[in-house]
Design a protein around this ligand. Structure first.
Ligand code: ADP
Ligand code: MG
Length: 575
């Protein structure tokens, strides 16, 4: 077998560990949430792998998590009989920072740039899950003993968190992972931080991990000495107590579950540590039964616009975890939505490829998208500030749906907001815009551009400003595209103020302007013809305009021409 090896932690990991070790953060309890969360994932992975691979040879009859406290030795062990890790996996997964929550934590820490000397970790550790390393908040030595299902040799990892760790191979490790914490002596007298106390463990599990669908068992600490042993059961081993209710949250009725419980589930599956903005529940009955519990986060993930962003929700089949990031269930423009979908009648062996083709899945996809959009609509009226946050964080993504999802286009427009000339700080919904439309105004006017300021300074705006007609100021790249494909809202066309002829004013005004224009047209015919000749290479036509009030001239596109910005976009794409 391989000898004991000593490794150094990756630099970031070392910094993080230092922070954990010296943490004076009072809510250290979250370490247990992290270890249980990892154990639960390991059990999910084992069950799935065993279902798919008969030859794995793992015992899946009694999958569970066990908490074993020893008050005398002052140790706490969190044990699971899940998938386990190979030696290489231990080195790769435990010695470095892979976890996205941890990465976000470090980033936030750097950005917040606390004054030297202050303890920057105070609130942050509780907000972010910092994974396995959080055990160093309460332990001065951590030992991890693990054996991967299907392998015969196990691995022991040990560290005091100070910069190095050792790894050795072990012959007789049980399958799964056991993490033993040697609790810090300074917490020994502190009842609030006594992690060998049954009530303390019970309390933490109830608080943070009740939704875990695997049993979390606790054996009464042996030799505690506080309970008198009654003669007859003195030898009988006490049945371990199951601490969590284990019922899948999505299968429980709404009034049975607290918001706090929903939020803990959200944190478990999303690696986000702020509460979600909205919880969306759906129970579909009938021939194809499924339950969905979805969450709209309170802030956009950093990589939302990067390629390779993992979108989609978790898929379960009859309570069995099947996959993370099931993109077939959620349209790309709702890729920020997190959650769980649990289907009754789906093969446990479904693959991503099959899912994309499956008709039932497509129906679920449609229904879920509609449900999320209707939730946003409700939020708009019931919780305007929440909606404002939603729009700030996800509006840009949601508008992508105006391009691809014809079926939901109206619903998406209905929950969209836009910067507007009406109010320099508050965006407007289209319904509000329509309500403010001037008498005789038929269209919804907009102008696209790089920034609000650039648009406001455009000569195209002059006539509209002069007449007090509201114009939407569209500055997102995606705006260039959807305005061409979303022709109407509430029966009204979208019109760019930079394209074609603009006909502002009432019928009367228009008539009057018309006859005047004819006169002017004759008067200036010579000049216009001369200019058209001079500019023949650059413009299609030179004509009189009523759209300008200050500037002498401006360049406009035909109604159906691409805008300059879109032209640039196409050019950049090599078209
Ligand atoms: P995260 O869970 O967010 O990935 P952690 O720091 O909590 O980050 O854990 C790092 C990785 O170590 C996990 O992704 C997993 O692959 C592995 N791991 C941790 N605990 C266990 C466990 N009990 N069984 C199997 N693998 C584990
Ligand atoms: Mg984890």
């Amino acid at each position: 077998t391989m000898p004991t090896e000593t490794f150094e932690f990756q630099v970031e990991a070392r910094q993080l560990l230092q922070m954990m070790i010296h943490s004076i953060y009072s809510n250290k309890d979250v370490f247990l949430r992290e270890l249980i969360s990892n154990a639960s994932d390991a059990l999910d992975k084992l069950r799935l792998e065993a279902l798919r691979d008969d030859s794995l040879g793992a015992d899946t009859a009694d999958l569970h998590i066990a908490l074993e406290a020893d008050p005398q030795a002052r140790t706490l062990t969190v044990r699971d009989n899940g998938i386990g890790m190979s030696r290489d996996e231990v080195v790769a997964l435990i010695g470095t920072i892979a976890n996205s929550g941890t990465a976000a934590f470090l980033r936030e820490l750097k950005e917040s740039g606390e004054a030297a000397g202050a303890a920057p970790e105070q609130g942050l550790i509780g907000q972010f899950g910092v994974g396995f390393y959080s055990s160093f908040m309460v332990a001065d030595e951590v030992t991890l003993l693990t054996r991967r299902a299907g392998e015969s040799t196990g691995t022991r990892w040990t560290s005091g968190g100070e910069g190095t760790y050792t790894v050795e191979s072990v012959d007789d490790a049980p399958q799964g992972t056991a993490i033993t914490l040697r609790l810090k002596p300074e917490d020994a007298e502190d009842r609030l931080h006594d992690y060998t106390s049954p009530w303390k463990l019970r309390e933490i599990v109830k608080r943070y991990s009740d939704f875990i669908t695997w049993p979390i068992r606790m054996a009464e600490p042996s030799g505690g000495g506080t309970e008198p042993e009654t003669g007859s059961d003195a030898d009988a081993a006490k049945e371990p107590e199951t601490l969590n209710s284990m019922k899948a949250l999505w299968a429980r009725s709404r009034d049975e579950v607290t918001d706090a419980e929903y939020h803990e589930l959200y944190k478990h599956i999303s690696h986000d540590w702020t509460d979600p903005l909205e919880t969306v529940r759906l129970h579909a009955e009938g021939t194809f039964e499924y339950q969905a519990l979805l969450f709209i986060p309170a802030h956009a993930q950093q990589d939302l616009f990067l390629q390779g962003y993992k979108r989609g929700v978790q898929l379960y089949v009859k309570r069995v975890f099947i996959m993370d990031d099931c993109e077939a269930l959620m349209p790309s423009y709702l890729r920020f939505v997190k959650g769980v979908v649990d289907a009754q009648d789906l093969s446990l062996n479904v693959s991503r490829e099959i899912l994309q083709q499956d008709r039932q899945i497509q129906l679920m996809h449609r229904r879920l998208a509609k449900k999320v959009l209707s939730t946003v609509k409700d939020m708009m009226s019931a919780h305007p500030e929440r909606y404002a946050t939603f729009w700030r964080e996800f509006g840009r993504v949601l508008k992508e749906g105006l391009l691809g999802d014809g079926e939901n286009r109206d619903a998406i427009l209905g929950v969209s907001s836009f910067a507007t000339t009406h109010d320099k700080d508050q965006p407007t919904t289209l319904a509000q815009y329509v309500e403010r439309m001037k008498e005789g105004q038929e269209h919804i006017y907009y102008l696209t551009g790089e920034s609000r300021q650039a648009i406001e300074n455009s000569p195209h705006m002059e006539a509209f400003q002069a007449r007090g007609i509201e114009v939407l100021l569209l500055t997102d790249p995606v705006d260039e595209v959807w305005v061409d494909s979303a022709p109407q809202f509430d029966g009204r066309d979208f019109r760019s103020v930079a394209k074609g002829e603009v006909d502002l004013g009432t019928e009367e005004e228009k008539e009057q302007a018309g006859s005047e224009r004819e006169k002017q047209q004759e008067e200036y015919a010579g000049l216009l013809a001369w200019m058209a000749g001079q500019l023949a290479e650059h413009v299609k036509e030179v004509r009189l305009s009523s759209r300008l009030t200050v500037s002498p001239a401006c360049v406009v596109s035909d109604t159906h021409d691409v805008t300059p910005a879109l032209e640039n976009l196409y050019r950049a794409m090599g078209q």
